[in-house]
Design a protein around this ligand. Structure first.
Ligand code: ADP
Ligand code: MG
Length: 563
């Protein structure tokens, strides 16, 4: 279909809005255009977190020379023509908004060539205004280069996170489309480094290997992909419970190959894992749902990242059934109690450890605060409640102490203190361990493995998606530190954590602290309370939650109606 400006009647029906929020949104729109153009090869290159340069090159259909300029008009699209088309959209784009929106906030150059014209066309725009055009040789396909994103909009620039975080968002977009289109050869270069390459073999497992690494790929179960009308076809792969993750970032959903966020679908998958995962753990899943275009409305969200199913119920149960069936066939579904036991104490990643002092609550605090700024009175431990709370008595009433939160606070301060003095105790591993991470995590880790060294992690790059760990902090050496690192990288790649070092200390403290439900001896409780008394901020855990509840003698009297 030639590119045409949509008439106002259709425009009024499209959920238009701001599409360029950050560099990754530019990448998303450009990659979607390349996919709509039927490309079999798409290369994405970003520099400086995508602010300096984003370049997407494809070998798709290209744009005829006579239509190139028009493509930058608002609401100009070749993908829909009338209102009926809006009811059954089969392309990823349809609003004719992306190119003009991107051109308005950056400097954009396009070179494009269709097979029927021997020579290509270039068009260059600055702040949305044409600055140059002409013909230029190139093979069939399109290259769009976007430079100096948001240079004229400081408010937007300010909103962007660190380069590492923006890179990680870009990596996520490319990863998702690589998973959705295994038949397309994707490559991603970040500051000149090849970050991702998929073979374009058409096999989903090949994309999974590249995006999530071999460890995940070896532990996925294929969905049957049967369609039984009126149910949609549900295809893809789900991870076995052994590769569960602590966030929902590993749930990828595509509806007719469009990457979408969907709480409905996430719930369908998570319910299918019911009883198979420990509380707080989430599955890995890459699922494509194919259904007739009329059965789904993709025109409800400005960035097209949410969809509405005509019949949610049918979609929900189709996904739930497909996943549950795959899991049940592959695994002898154990009872919940067994699972809980099996996963409760994740075995440490390596037993091959050099000898070291064992750390536990009972070991004396290896540091003493220079100025004891205790804001807690001396407490006398009376006992433990529910294996989770320490009951203690102070000069003014009763204290109920959350043992996990309190220990977290103590450890957090100790870690911060030791780090500031470069005194973190390190445990060398007899044999270095490899840590496989996702592309997204890799982007964060690459720019921070040296920071992690300050905390006692000796980490070095070791090829694609893999890092070599030679030493870990003593505090976490017998804990699931690999899981801890992954969780940390996930939360940091979201970019909402402020201080890096604080997040690392928090995470280490949280993973090494005694758990709720763990019985403590009197001696251990006394030691913990003594350490808490010495903490600088004893009343809250590092996340800001209270460590204790205090009932003063006055309150107790009032409660019992005495005056
Ligand atoms: P939409 O994708 O919603 O149609 P865009 O602003 O993203 O709107 O693109 C406008 C038009 O430019 C598209 O409809 C398409 O015809 C053309 N176009 C954009 N990018 C490409 C590309 N990489 N290859 C071929 N045609 C493209
Ligand atoms: Mg588009």
């Amino acid at each position: 279909m030639p590119i045409k400006v949509l008439d106002s009647q259709i425009v009024s029906r499209i959920a238009a809005g701001e599409v360029v929020e950050r560099p990754a949104s530019v990448v998303k729109e450009l990659v979607e255009n390349s996919l709509d153009a039927g490309s079999s090869q798409i290369s994405v290159e970003v520099w400086g977190g995508g602010v300096s340069l984003i370049r997407v090159t494809d070998n798709g259909a290209g744009i005829p020379s006579g239509e190139v300029e028009l493509a930058f008009d608002r609401y100009a699209t070749s993908k829909i023509g009338n209102l009926e088309d809006l009811e059954s959209i089969s392309s990823l784009g349809f609003r004719g908004e992306a190119l003009p929106s991107i051109a308005a906030v950056a400097q954009l150059d396009m070179v494009t060539c269709v097979a029927s014209e021997g020579v290509g066309t270039y068009l260059s725009l600055k702040d949305g205004v044409i600055a140059g055009q002409g013909s230029q040789g190139r093979s069939q396909g399109t290259t769009v280069s976007v430079r100096n994103l948001f240079r004229k909009i400081p408010a937007r620039l300010k909103f962007l996170k660190s380069v590492a975080t923006e890179n990680s968002h870009v990596a996520n977009v490319v990863s998702q489309y690589a998973l959705a289109f295994p038949e397309v050869k994707f490559s991603l270069f970040i500051d000149g480094r090849a970050a991702l390459r998929t073979p374009g073999s058409g096999q989903l497992i090949d994309s999974i290997i590249e995006v999530y690494g071999v460890e995940v790929a070896e532990n996925v179960i294929e969905l049957k992909g049967e369609a039984m009308a009126p149910s949609p076809r549900v295809a893809g792969m789900v991870g076995s419970p052994s590769v569960s993750r602590s966030g929902r970032g590993y749930l990828s959903f595509f509806v007719n190959c469009r990457w979408v966020n969907s709480r409905l679908l996430a719930r369908a998958v998570e319910e299918a894992y019911h009883g198979l995962l420990m509380v707080g753990k989430h599955p890995v899943a890459v699922i494509n749902i194919s259904l007739p275009a009329q059965e789904v409305d993709v025109n409800i969200h400005p960035t097209k990242s949410e969809v509405k199913f005509r019949n949610e119920h049918i979609v929900f149960s189709a996904v739930h059934r497909a996943v549950r069936q795959a899991l049940v066939e592959k695994l002898p579904v154990p009872r919940i109690e067994e699972v809980a036991v099996a996963y409760e104490s994740p075995s440490p990643p390596s037993q091959a450890l050099l000898p070291s002092a064992k750390v536990s609550i009972t070991s004396p605090a290896p540091w003493a605060p220079e100025v004891p700024t205790s804001s807690l009175p001396v407490l006398r431990v009376l006992g433990q409640l529910d294996n989770s709370y320490i009951i203690a008595e102070g000069p003014d009433g009763l204290y109920l102490i959350d043992q996990h939160a309190a220990h977290e606070r103590v450890l957090f301060e100790r870690i911060e203190h030791q780090r500031s003095r470069r005194e973190i105790e390190v445990q060398g591993l007899l044999e270095p361990m490899t840590l496989e991470v996702s592309l997204r995590q890799e982007e964060v880790l690459r720019s921070h493995y040296q920071d992690l060294a300050e905390f006692g992690f000796s980490i070095e790059p070791f090829g694609d998606r893999t890092f070599l760990i030679r030493a870990v902090p003593v505090l976490v050496h017998d804990k699931d530190w690999a899981g801890m690192l992954r969780e940390l990288l996930d939360s940091l790649s979201e970019g909402d954590k402020g201080d890096w070092a604080e997040s690392v200390a928090e995470s280490m403290a949280c993973h090494s602290a005694v758990r709720a439900g763990q019985a403590l001896t009197d001696e251990e409780m006394r030691e913990l309370v003594r350490q808490l008394e010495q903490a600088a901020t004893p009343h809250t855990c590092p996340h800001g939650r209270p460590t204790m509840i205090h009932l003063s003698s006055g309150q107790l009297k009032r409660e019992f109606g005495r005056t």
